[in-house]
Design a protein around this ligand. Structure first.
Ligand SMILES: Nc1ncnc2c1ncn2[C@@H]1O[C@H](COP(=O)(O)OP(=O)(O)O)[C@@H](O)[C@H]1O
Ligand SMILES: [Mg+2]
Length: 243
């Protein structure tokens, strides 16, 4: 089976004047389609930097990154944007929804990239389908500031899904949520993985990471362990979605 992701000695060094920070250093691993991987480590260990490189939001300063067997290090910004728009979804700690806009407008956003190829009717169908998957279709014309934190994150997940991406990144997705809303988010991520999506979850919390199937640990920019999670946690129905 071919890998979805393969990195070889991936490094990112930030330079600010005289100060050099090796945020990520010599990281090599492989991820296959359909995996659910948690990247865990303390604050400042390089998790977000690694995720941004894997998600084509930032470039490594050293090393190779193979995505679907293509070395993307030499790709142009446009080529990277194409992969990012067509194959990747992102969920962030602070939701990153646009203020003063509706749920519909937020979820529709990634589809605007395809507007010459997708009709208005199809756009609408996909937005409703994505909102349905996170039980938020009843809030489609609400403004984002009218939602609770948990609802905002569910809308952000719908936005990440609307392109039907192969790969979903979630960077501390439960970090700003109460524990019940956090479990709802973990339940959705597990359901997405059950349906075949590859999930890469970034977290500093051991408890949250235990919902994944594999654990990569980072420390000071270095990958220090890579293990299968035995007896992983399943986000239960008790705490499940409110219809
Ligand atoms: N844009 C930047 N410029 C300089 N240093 C940065 C930048 N972004 C992150 N860093 C540094 O790189 C290291 C790793 O950061 P980050 O990837 O955000 O860690 P984590 O997500 O694990 O908290 C930290 O020391 C951080 O201060
Ligand atoms: Mg981070």
């Amino acid at each position: 089976m071919s890998n979805l992701i393969k990195t070889k000695n991936l490094c990112k060094t930030y330079v600010n004047g005289e100060v050099k920070t090796n945020a990520v250093c010599g990281v090599s691993f492989e991820i296959e389609k359909g995996e659910f991987v948690a990247i865990m480590g303390p604050s400042g260990s390089g998790k977000s930097t690694l995720m941004q490189m894997l998600g084509f939001l930032d470039r490594p300063t050293e090393g190779d990154y193979f995505f679907e067997d293509r070395n993307v290090v030499g790709f142009s910004d446009d080529e990277l944007a194409k992969i990012r728009n067509e194959e990747v979804g992102f969920i962030f700690q602070s939701f990153n929804l646009l203020p003063r806009t509706t749920v519909f407008e937020n979820v529709e956003l990634p589809l605007l990239y395809f507007k010459n190829r997708i009709s208005k009717k199809e756009t609408e169908r996909r937005v409703f389908e994505a909102l349905k998957a996170v039980m938020m279709e009843h809030r489609v014309y609400h403004y984002t500031n009218q939602l609770s934190g948990g609802e905002k994150q569910r809308v952000a997940i719908a936005r990440a899904l609307v392109n039907n991406p192969e790969l979903v990144f979630a960077d501390e997705p439960t970090g700003n949520l109460d524990s019940k809303s956090g479990l709802q988010v973990m339940k959705i991520l597990q359901q997405l993985n059950d349906s075949g999506k590859t999930i890469i979850l970034v977290t500093h919390e051991n408890y949250t990471s235990q919902h994944a199937k594999r654990l990569l640990k980072m420390q000071d920019g270095v990958l220090v362990s890579d293990e299968v999670i035995k007896n992983r946690l399943i986000a239960d129905g008790e705490s499940g979605l409110i219809k």
